[in-house]
Design a binder for this molecule. Structure first.
Ligand code: FEO
Length: 392
């Protein structure tokens, strides 16, 4: 039994085997957090992915007769949280589904059912007995339907995906787990799921400042309950939403015959000589969701590709498509690569970086077949420009 607070229980599902969440690598699995409030009107906040239903249902049944559930709050339509609402309603026929206006639209599109919806807006309250719950719409953090639920009685915020992390564990609280890992996973979560919506995150944080918060119960991973951890995760969200990063560089590349790799290593070497903190990330060995997290935290992004069939390498193209969608801001960089007989594909490389919002501070550096040491020396010029902009 996972008791969160008086009369509030975690009734979610631990997804130990999850290794990929719509393209995001999850080497440590995840959890889908559902929370049951035992009040005069028993209320469930969010459900779990469809295959976690039995486990969630069994947890609920140990605490309350499911037919007594009066409200199922759906903070977010995505199926990792709403996927079990339909099945649960079969055992909770009196329950109303509480959601935002966009949530009702989304749930109807997903389930094709005319459930009893109770549509709420920001600052609406729902009296469930000894406590009243209030709601805050948080559109595009990270879907149009997203909202947060707040219980003033315990000062608990249920913000759904926000402040979450993909991590399967027997522990429920962040301070019971290794905090370094929890913050690292929270950064990866933000970079891959929330990064495009900085302006909306800032708006949501502004609204949440009006609340006293003693616990944050997200829909994935660990619960934040210590004041210093809550302060830290909120301040990290402020930092990420303002697109602030560290003064370092990430060199992302793939290679065909090791020429682009040679150039990548030379850039890294030159950066070390100039005192620029840098990381090499090969697309052959690193998952794009990990690289994106490094890119979010870096002020400089450098991309390298070989040319194949007049185009950039497919892995580089795929990564840049992902990056463009995540819309990073406030980054400088340049491009490099190797080619056989035509440089035409590098335009796509440069255009992709520009489209992703990266400011190119130098001409692209491209090498025919195999670059020699002398040719690689030309990489010093863009590296010095980066050093200058970083004010190192
Ligand atoms: Fe965890 Fe947007 O769903």
């Amino acid at each position: 039994m996972f008791k969160i607070s008086d009369d509030i229980y975690w009734t979610g599902y631990i997804d130990w085997d999850l290794r990929n969440f719509h393209g995001y690598s999850t080497p440590s699995g995840s959890t889908y957090n559902a929370y049951l409030i035992l009040d005069d009107s028993p209320t469930l906040i969010d459900t779990v992915k469809h295959y976690g239903y039995d486990e969630m249902f069994s947890r609920i049944r140990q605490l309350v007769d499911p037919s007594k559930i009066r409200y199922i709050i759906s903070n977010h339509t995505e199926m990792d949280h709403s996927g079990s609402i339909g099945k649960l309603l079969e055992h909770a026929p009196k329950a109303e589904v509480v959601c935002s206006p966009k949530g009702a639209e989304g749930l109807k599109r997903h389930f094709k059912k005319d459930w009893k919806f109770k549509v709420v807006n920001t600052k609406d309250t729902l009296n469930i007995g000894k406590r009243a719950l209030s709601f805050f719409l948080t559109p595009m953090v990270h879907w149009p339907d997203s909202m947060a639920t707040y219980s003033a009685a315990e000062k608990i915020l249920f913000p759904n995906d926000a402040f979450g992390q993909h991590y399967a564990s027997e522990k429920r609280f962040a301070d019971e787990a290794g905090l370094d890992i929890v913050f690292k996973e929270a950064a990866k979560y933000y970079a891959n799921i929330v990064m495009p919506y900085g302006a909306q995150v800032l708006k949501a944080l502004e609204a949440l400042k009006t609340l006293k918060i003693e616990m944050i119960c997200p829909s994935h991973g660990f619960i934040w309950r210590r004041p210093r951890d809550i302060a830290k995760i909120v301040s990290l969200y402020e930092k990420w939403a303002n697109y602030r990063s560290e003064n370092n560089a990430v060199i992302v590349y793939d290679t065909m015959w090791h020429s682009t790799e040679k150039a990548a290593q030379k850039i890294y070497e030159l950066m070390q000589e100039q005192g620029i903190s840098a990381k090499l990330s090969s697309l052959k060995t690193n998952d794009i969701s990990d690289i994106i997290t490094e890119v979010m935290n870096a002020s400089c992004f450098i991309a390298g590709s070989p040319i194949l069939n007049n185009k950039i390498f497919p892995s580089v193209g795929g990564f840049l498509t992902y990056l463009k969608g995540l819309k990073p801001k406030n980054k400088i960089g340049f491009t490099f690569g190797s080619y056989g007989w035509s440089k035409i594909g590098f335009k796509e490389l440069e255009d992709s970086l520009k489209e992703a919002g990266i400011e190119l501070i130098s001409e692209g550096q491209y090498f025919q077949y195999i670059p020699d040491e002398n040719e690689l020396g030309q990489l010093k010029e863009p590296v010095l420009k980066i050093k200058d902009r970083m004010r190192i």
